[in-house]
Design a protein around this ligand. Structure first.
Ligand code: TRP
Length: 340
């Protein structure tokens, strides 16, 4: 298939810093799988980050690079996929403006993720007055996301469950645009749900940077080992000589199932059941497996870190391509609206 006949995929991430192995297993593996079958656009959504971090921008440049480093080291191929920075594609902002004109006010007000985002913003600020926290820009979050996707008239959007409400919003908005302007030019984007093997944080909760329970793709072997040694295991096992219950082990055992080969995982479970291994032995062994698993990615990441100009040039090139493609859609949209 040539590039033109491939279906288009668009997805993005907010640059909040270094990515964790949950991102790697869930989102990035999926993108890597898709990048050869589809014409992919992957966006580092710094404007979306600005909706909640508008007054905390000192790390923005660095965070964008960290995301790019994690993507490239993990195997996102900048030759086949277009990797770009949202704020380097002004066409998306202009499209957002046109979309904003046909977005009913109550649609943005009822965005179910708004409450969570308000919580995030509130969390690290003195200001408790919600009317000052929710900006015009934040209200437009799903409108902007729709503009991201439609900048390329993409058909498929690989996302996690948490983004389904936004995708539904995008579909509604596209339908409304097409209805208002009597066109069928814009495609209703379809979510492509990923069966993400949910990776828990070392405390057994959902893995997340803000929960302080994550293992970064870029963590050193020492840090990884230290974190794994802190992971919770079978809570009912008090002494090393007590037989363990792998099925009740909330983090370490599932990690074996994900990162070790089947035989190794079964052996570990046997040693646990027979109390041949204490939890510390089991975790020490897991840390070796995990470090082995990420060795190549981490080596590649350190190489790229030494060559940040190269990473910047990939983002520049990707953004140039994104501008060109987005310009085609924007021209047509303006034409449809009958702008001057
Ligand atoms: N809102 C998404 C998130 O927080 C990131 C994102 C921005 C996105 N633009 C997008 C996802 C376009 C899919 C498509 O994860």
């Amino acid at each position: 298939m040539t590039e033109n006949t491939k279906k288009r995929i668009m997805s993005g991430m907010r640059p909040t810093g270094k990515l964790h192995i949950g991102h790697y297993m869930g989102v990035l593996q999926n993108w890597i799988d898709l990048q050869n079958k589809y014409d992919c656009f992957f966006c580092i959504a710094d404007w979306h980050a600005l909706t909640t971090k508008f007054d905390q921008t000192q790390d923005f440049k660095q965070n964008i690079r960290e995301v790019a480093l994690d993507w490239l080291a993990s195997g996102i191929n900048s030759e086949t996929a277009t990797i770009y920075v949202q704020s380097l594609v002004p066409q998306t902002a202009e499209l957002h403006l046109y979309f904003s004109m046909v977005t009913p006010q109550n649609w943005v007000e009822r965005d179910p993720t708004l409450k969570d985002m308000v919580k995030i913003i509130r969390g690290d600020r003195e200001e408790k007055d919600i009317s000052k926290i929710v900006s015009y820009g934040l209200l437009g979050y799903p409108v902007l996301q729709t503009a991201d996707i439609l900048s390329f008239n993409a058909e498929l959007v690989p996302v996690g469950k948490d983004q389904l409400a936004h995708l539904e919003f995008s579909r509604d908005l596209v339908r409304r645009f097409n209805y208002v302007y009597k066109t069928d030019y814009l495609k209703e984007p379809v979510p492509k749900l990923t069966e993400i093997p949910l990776l828990k944080g070392i405390d057994g909760q959902k893995m997340g940077k803000s929960f302080n329970n994550d293992i970064k793709i870029s963590d050193s072997e020492e840090i990884t080992t230290k974190k794994i040694m802190q992971a919770i295991t079978d809570r009912s096992r008090i002494k090393k000589t007590d037989p363990g219950h792998p099925e009740e082990c909330e983090v370490v055992c599932p990690y074996y199932d994900i990162f070790a080969d089947k035989k190794t995982a079964e052996e570990a479970k046997e040693k646990c059941r027979k109390a041949e291994w204490g939890c510390a032995d089991c975790k020490r062994n897991l840390a070796v497996i995990l470090n082995d698993y990420f060795k190549a990615v981490r080596t590649k990441r350190s190489e790229l870190e030494q060559n940040i100009d190269y990473v910047d040039s990939i983002l520049e090139k990707g953004s140039q391509k994104a501008r060109e493609e987005a310009e085609i859609v924007l021209k047509e949209v303006k034409n449809i609206i009958q702008m001057y």
